[in-house]
Design a protein around this ligand. Sequence first.
Ligand code: NAG
Ligand code: NAG
Ligand code: NAG
Ligand code: NAG
Ligand code: NAG
Length: 244
Amino acid sequence: MASGRFLLILLSLLLLSISTTVHCSFACLSNTTCQSFVGYVPINKTTLSDIQSLFSLDSLASLLGANALPLSTPSNYTFPRLSTVRVPIPCKCTGGSGVSDRKPIYTVRPDDGLYFIATFVFSKLLRYPEIVQANNIPNENNITVGQKLWIPLPCSCDPIDGTVIVAHYAHVVKSGSTVEEIAAEFGSTETTLLKLNNMTDPKDLKADQAFDVPLSEYPGIAGKGFFFRNWLSPFCVVGFEASL
Ligand SMILES: *[C@@H]1O[C@H](CO)[C@@H](O)[C@H](O)[C@H]1NC(C)=O
Ligand SMILES: *[C@@H]1O[C@H](CO)[C@@H](O)[C@H](O)[C@H]1NC(C)=O
Ligand SMILES: *[C@@H]1O[C@H](CO)[C@@H](O)[C@H](O)[C@H]1NC(C)=O
Ligand SMILES: *[C@@H]1O[C@H](CO)[C@@H](O)[C@H](O)[C@H]1NC(C)=O
Ligand SMILES: *[C@@H]1O[C@H](CO)[C@@H](O)[C@H](O)[C@H]1NC(C)=O
């Protein structure tokens, strides 16, 4: 009993001294801002106005454009669960990487936890320690209903191969998919994707990783294929260090 309590104290000390470091944003060497995109996969069916509100979008127009929907689409238009919605985000690059520029702002609801928010509300586009870090949250198990959180989504503004990029796109890798398949889906090449994502071996691709993909085609704008290259290099390192 006494030794159990001692162990518990030891464990709490250990936990207290664990420090978390996270880096999941995409490479972005130019100190600039731009529009970027993320591939949002809602876990429940969701409407245009739900997405506008979740991602703090000023207007629906760019969301409609990115998804090739006519401007007359009503705001209660519903996307089925697990569909992929392209959501525009403002990107800001500093110190070699890019994250969404002080948006979206998420208001904590009853029963929310940071893991739930990152994984289920924002469909794994980021890892929860990034929310902790971006918002300087002292105790990650104590967030309060109504608290406003900045959700730092991965993005980039860098050009690629001398081409003007229309935008970068954060694609959450599905289990079992390959770099080759992603290249085919987005009209890119394996070489380009590996380079963008700072990878040398395609086998290093991980499920649920946010992957920087150049969108070669952006059907939404002006009704015609619109050149759109987005590449996000997702090097995401979460490190835990514990010391007594
Ligand atoms: C980008 O900004 C950082 C800090 O704001 C600065 O240290 C760095 O020199 C800048 N880089 C360029 C290429 O302007
Ligand atoms: C959307 O709203 C319109 C009127 O605002 C209504 O007629 C329509 O039934 C709604 N559609 C859905 C799917 O709720
Ligand atoms: C999805 O819907 C279920 C059932 O209504 C709800 O409990 C859950 O919180 C929803 N998930 C998200 C991410 O909103
Ligand atoms: C949780 O956070 C709230 C508001 O920041 C604070 O008042 C409260 O003391 C904290 N509770 C614990 C157990 O840290
Ligand atoms: C690319 O990866 C290497 C090793 O994995 C790392 O040293 C380097 O800093 C990374 N480059 C960028 C731009 O992140």
